[in-house]
Ligand binder design. Sequence first.
Ligand code: URA
Ligand code: CA
Length: 439
Amino acid sequence: MRIVDIVEKKRDGGELTRAEIEQLVLGYVKGEVPDYQVSAFLMAVVFRGMTDQETATLTDVMMASGDTVDLSSLPGIKVDKHSTGGVGDTTTLIVAPLVAACGGTVAKMSGRGLGHTGGTLDKLEAIPGVSIEQPMDAFMDMVRMNGLAVIGQSGNLVPADKKLYALRDVTGTIASIPLIASSVMSKKLAAGADAIVLDVKVGSGAFMHTVEEARKLASLMVRIGKKLHRRVEAVLTDMDQPLGLAVGNALEVQEAVNALSGLVGEEEPLMEVSLLLGERMLLLSDVAHSQEEARTMLLDALHSGRGLKKLRAMIEALGGDGSYIDANKISELCKVKQMVPVYPPKDGYLHALDAEKIGVASQMLGAGRAKKEDAIDPAVGLVLHKRVGDRLQTDEPFCTLYVNDSTQLKEAVALIEASMTIGEKQPEAKPLVFGIVKE
Ligand code: URA
Ligand code: CA
């Protein structure tokens, strides 16, 4: 078949075979199929969609386009977690050590932040000495020793996604449930874990803006994972405001260290989502047998300080200075030239907070990248003082900006002001968790 025939078949709503998907995707990775034909194909998928079978095949073909990790020599059920892009979401740094402290085995490869969302690797690199690029045998040794390792994705993991994602980013073809599902799942499956807990975000700061869309995406990813013989579950959680109060790299590590030191209340959204993910991870890897048992184990790991110790061991295994993993010392990494309070534009109640705008504001201060090549400043970002539902007053700071380079400070402040929807009456409380998807 010619590539144009495959594009036309999808344009007309046909179901592609494995051979056709391989021809297109593998040809693209090899540089034999040009961007313009793949762009046309991606746009056809945006409008026509894909069947479950096509999406599973696409995922499988993408996964096999590069290296895959074999964790089978490690004992037990290896569990991974993935959040579909959040703001102020530092759950990995909280839940991975807690799960390991409960006897789970966490082997995770993380990505960098791009645009308004943060990435775990950038947060880890905020700690002096940390090297996230590790050879595979070092990764396996870390998992064996600590029951836990989080490293950067190896260079040749799912090259098909690297190329396709970059093309989707500039052709308006990110927003497609089968394309997002295959992109996420190809990377998770290639990274080798037996069990995967997905945190699918819903809201202004997320890829999915409604619960219905998020449920569709979650269910598709769970079904793809099962077709490819892994245990997969998803939780649907709110991203209509940043999950934690800190947005930035060292600032989010600080929030994680505080959380593991028992300084963040269990009813805080960041803790609630972390504990929920931890429960699902312990259940899916057969370490716990009921939700109550899982919760008790996690709280015991938290209150005993074993979770914090695990985070420290994980950082030290990556070459990092573990002495920073201490609630009294971590603030040294968040020292900046200027701390700038931002006030609400009027009195009232905070009805909504656009997480994407908050993420972009933090990026403008230097905490994130607009382009892949951009350098980031680990110390900068912002800390919120108010959450949705809180009363705002024009003389009480809404947040504090951590600033080293004030070139875009004005724009960042304007964005933060624009991120707030303020009403006169207290809004009704919204749920943080919209459900658990098992099939
Ligand atoms: N995250 C990914 O890794 N891929 C997507 O397509 C969207 C979110
Ligand atoms: Ca994140």
